[in-house]
Ligand binder design. Structure first.
Ligand SMILES: NC(=O)CC[C@H](N)C(=O)O
Length: 455
């Protein structure tokens, strides 16, 4: 556990920004930020804030798994101490009083890290890389929809009204004017992101009505996962201020494409700093191929972390409106029909883009899961299948088609549990099964429409 070496840094930062209030944040399994709000003086002087470790066994609806399912988990609701990470401290740019939002790591009072925490799961995977002298570099791309505010969950979502007073009614991919329909919102989003040092690269209009994508600059996976978490929070807040919702649901509207969280991945030699995915002659290296081999072998088993909700699998179903959402783990050069796309690049930028994750996934867990699969491939020197040339759609869906089978596959994959942590995987499975049960108790409008008078 840290010895409060972060204290002088926090003091300086608080002083510089005149901070009066602190939001202590921890991402739960879903990616919901849990924590405590405290006066700055108390935070700096007092003991560290505490939370029960049950926040990591809570479903998205606030429920808990059945006792039978949590037998692997210690149900004592032990206290955790929250330790701030000074590299993850941000202003709350929309707050009236100067407020800090700080991402925290969780430790038991005995000093051990809490293995259930998504941020810890990613750190664990990064430590494995570090022990081999490898530094993974990632660049996330996150899609989202702006939608009209909607307070009745029985009604489908609708695109919002832009500056012209109209809703989008046709495909507007890459249209600058269609982004500018929401100019005041995006101006404010950029101001907030600047104030928080979130390193956005580009903003584009995607295929769906009111669907956009932001790309982040590449860098350290932990820092980027923090940034994605903070970005989601910031955008949701900005949209609300402009009378809309921003949603990261994987498939918010039946007739529109889903939203993804693509992750570009490359690997540096930690000492020399060069990209080990390229050989000296600039060609893709054996490590690169083994990384892809690992992704092909293990990604189907880690789908619950990349596609964590029933809704996530609606995005991955091939329909007229599924756009370029992947349905397999084939790889290919400059090919958007495969799950693993290798963009044409210079040797230093040799990378593979994992296109499987939905925007609804927890970024810590997406990065941990994806890097874990690549790591297993490199360790086992796995060979990938030959690259796919042309369209990969015709091969059918090669991924689990629902959260239930996906959870069974994760349950059966011991190598992944060894890397991500047995206790984490068991808890995650229990929480997701409880969510699935809760979902199943809801009778849908489809059932009322088609079964009511027919069966
Ligand atoms: N930018 C794209 O390639 C579109 C991705 C697509 N929206 C998906 O859900 O995967």
């Amino acid at each position: 556990m840290s010895n409060r070496q972060e204290q002088p840094l926090l003091n300086d930062w608080f002083q510089k920004h005149g901070i009066t209030e602190v939001e202590c944040l921890v991402s739960d399994l879903t990616g919901i930020l849990k924590g405590k709000i405290m006066p700055a003086g108390k935070y700096l002087k007092g003991g560290r804030p505490r939370l029960p470790d049950s926040i990591f066994i809570q479903t998205v609806t606030g429920g808990y798994p059945d006792d039978e399912d949590i037998r692997f988990w210690n149900p004592a609701e032990r206290d955790m101490e929250l330790v701030p990470d000074p590299s993850a401290i941000y202003l709350v740019p929309w707050a009236e009083d100067p407020t800090a939002q700080i991402i925290h790591d969780c430790f038991y009072l005995t000093g051990e890290p809490v293995e259930l925490a998504p941020r810890y799961v990613l750190k664990r995977v990064l430590d494995l890389y570090a022990a081999r002298g490898w530094t993974p570099v990632v660049a996330p791309e996150v899609e989202f929809y702006l939608v009209k505010t909607n307070t009745d969950s029985d009604y489908p979502l609708e695109p919002p009204i832009g500056r012209t007073g109209r809703q989008e009614s046709s495909r507007q991919s890459f249209s600058i004017d269609a982004v500018n329909e929401f100019d005041p919102l995006f101006e404010e989003m950029y101001d907030y992101c600047d104030a928080m040092n979130l390193d956005l690269d580009t903003l584009i209009h995607e295929e769906g009505a009111g669907q956009m994508e932001v790309n982040f600059q590449h860098g350290d996976p932990l820092a980027l996962a923090d940034q994605v978490v903070m970005f989601k929070r910031t955008l949701r807040e900005t949209a609300l201020r402009h009378g809309m919702y921003a949603t990261f649901m994987a498939k918010p509207m039946a007739g529109e494409p889903g939203s993804s969280m693509h992750i570009h991945q490359s690997l540096l030699d930690s000492k020399e700093g060069h990209n080990v995915f390229a050989d000296e002659d600039g060609q893709p290296s054996r490590l690169f191929h083994a990384f892809i081999g690992g992704q092909q072998r293990y990604l189907p088993s880690v789908m619950p972390l990349l596609a964590p909700n029933v809704n996530s699998y609606r995005r991955l179903m091939r329909t007229e409106t599924s756009g370029s959402a992947p349905i397999n783990v084939e790889w290919g050069m400059d090919n958007r029909t495969v799950g693993l796309r290798v963009p044409v690049s210079t040797p230093e930028a040799t990378r593979v883009e994992n296109r499987l994750a939905g925007a609804d996934a927890n970024p810590y867990l997406v990065m941990a899961a994806s890097l874990a699969c690549g790591y297993l491939g490199m360790l086992g020197r796995l060979e990938p299948r030959p690259p796919m040339v042309g369209s990969a759609w015709s091969g059918g869906n090669k991924l689990p088609d629902d959260i239930g089978p996906a959870l069974d596959m994760l349950h059966d994959c011991q190598p992944l549990a060894d890397i991500l942590g047995e206790r984490f995987v068991n808890s995650y499975l229990a929480v997701k099964r409880a969510e699935h049960r809760a979902y199943f108790q809801v009778i849908s409008s489809w059932e009322r429409e088609h079964l009511l008078l027919r069966v």
